[in-house]
Write a protein of this length. Structure first.
Length: 426
């Protein structure tokens, strides 16, 4: 009889060193009654290092490129040496040497190839390395397991750095490769964030790509659940950096998680939630340092959504106010023109509001976008803006919570719906 399938995702912090990898193996031991597909990110700050190395490649700076590559190699070698004796894992050491050779050879690539395509091919090395090290340790300690290349499973279009999943082809490939492999090996280890187009070129899935990878596999395999293992006890009702007395959300709905993400919370990205919501597959957010704790459950149940107010803070905001120079009313034609121009400036609006004569909107502070917006709108509109502002969103608010977040602050703009209050504060 086939065992039920679980999908686990471990991020960079959960595999940052040898002790962390051993902890992952200990967690897996708790789930021997299930088949597990494990999605892993690059180790620690590897992706950041690879990005700096990639910049050196694009700038043709061989010294910096070589220096960064040495740091990268030493970091992973130290982890391998902490996990395996010198005579162990010979195959792994050979495979990783081949990968590091490929990284070194990347410097000779043709830089006339589109930057986004070059970036995706280069940045993928982090996940390839981490998944090979983790799978080797799992096999040594727990027995059967198998490494798989996600690029033969998750198939996308050609939009490098933000690729769109080709769902029918991906589902077919995942089921064909992973179902028999899970039945035979029990644990599969693959990479998050990366995929491939129809020509086999490496692509990446954009923001929160590793979480999304886990959701894609879970959707295709119709898994029992997905667990994202993090360094926090679960989802919190506010960012601890801004809010002292945070509360863990024990259970919320997919709808609530999507709302929180839309308003800017550092929670699960909507593109991760939708494939799970469509199949009603629960998502668990749990702590890899306290794996016995229940964490947070995200599923179809909405009954707990209103229980705890959630606070979302966005700092360093810019509020624009636009008025037609001829003092005409802001009718649909004006608004259509404004939105078209803002789209041209690639302005991502966090909140907006209009009256008869003015239109206001808030964006993240970006000097280049501010200049672009002014340049595009100044011809037909009077444009004013305020900087160094803060956007606070309160889900499931009451007057007490609203007064608390606004105390000693000037309210420049506010909006309220039945469940959400938003304030632009100066």
């Amino acid at each position: 009889m086939n065992k039920p399938i679980l999908v686990f995702k471990f991020g960079g912090a959960s595999v940052k060193d040898g002790d962390a990898i051993i902890n992952v193996v200990r967690i897996l031991e708790r789930y021997n009654s299930h088949n597990i597909l494990l999605v892993v990110s690059a180790m620690g700050k590897t992706t950041n290092n690879l990005e700096h190395t990639f910049d050196a490649f694009m700038e043709r700076d061989l010294d910096v490129f070589t220096e960064r590559l040495t740091v990268l190699n030493n970091y992973h070698t130290e982890i391998i040496n902490s996990l395996f004796k010198p005579q162990e894992a010979g195959k792994l050491r050979n495979e990783l040497q081949l990968i590091f050779n490929q990284i070194a050879e990347y410097f000779n690539k043709d830089i006339t190839i589109p930057r986004a395509q070059l970036y995706d091919g280069f940045i993928s090395f982090g996940e390839l390395i981490s998944s090979k090290i983790l799978q080797c340790k799992i096999e040594m300690d727990l027995g059967l397991s198998k490494w798989i290349d996600t690029r033969t499973n998750i198939l996308t279009d050609d939009l490098f750095q933000k690729a769109n999943v080709q769902w029918p082809n991906s589902i077919k490939a995942i089921r064909k490769q992973c179902l028999p492999a899970l039945e035979k090996h029990g644990i599969l280890v693959t990479q998050g964030f990366i995929a491939a187009n129809q020509n086999g070129k490496t692509t990446t899935l954009g923001r929160e790509g590793s979480d999304y990878s886990a959701a894609i596999f879970a959707h295709a395999l119709e898994s029992e659940s997905v667990t994202i293992w993090k360094d926090v006890p679960g989802m919190l009702n506010a960012d601890p950096k801004f809010f002292k007395d945070t509360i863990k959300l024990d259970r919320i709905s997919f709808r609530e998680a999507i709302e929180l993400s839309y308003y800017g919370a550092s929670v699960i990205h909507p593109k991760t939630l939708k494939p799970l919501q469509n199949k009603k597959i629960p998502l668990l957010v749990k702590s890899f340092t306290a794996p016995d704790e229940p964490g947070t459950i995200i599923d179809v149940d909405t009954s707990n959504d209103h229980m705890v107010p959630s606070f979302i803070f966005k700092k360093n905001q810019v509020l624009f106010s636009i008025t037609p120079k001829d003092f005409s009313f802001l009718i649909e034609a004006n608004l259509s023109d404004i939105f078209s121009k803002l789209s041209e400036a690639k302005a991502e609006i966090n909140i907006m509001q209009n009256s008869a004569l003015s239109f206001s909107f808030l964006i993240d502070h970006d000097p280049m976008k501010i200049a672009s917006i002014l340049d595009i709108l100044n011809t037909n509109y009077e444009v004013k803006y305020n900087t160094d502002l803060e956007l606070v969103t309160v889900r499931h608010y009451d007057e007490k919570t609203n007064e608390f977040v606004c105390q000693n602050k000037k309210i420049l703009l506010q909006q309220r719906t039945r469940n959400t209050a938003r304030f632009v504060l100066g």
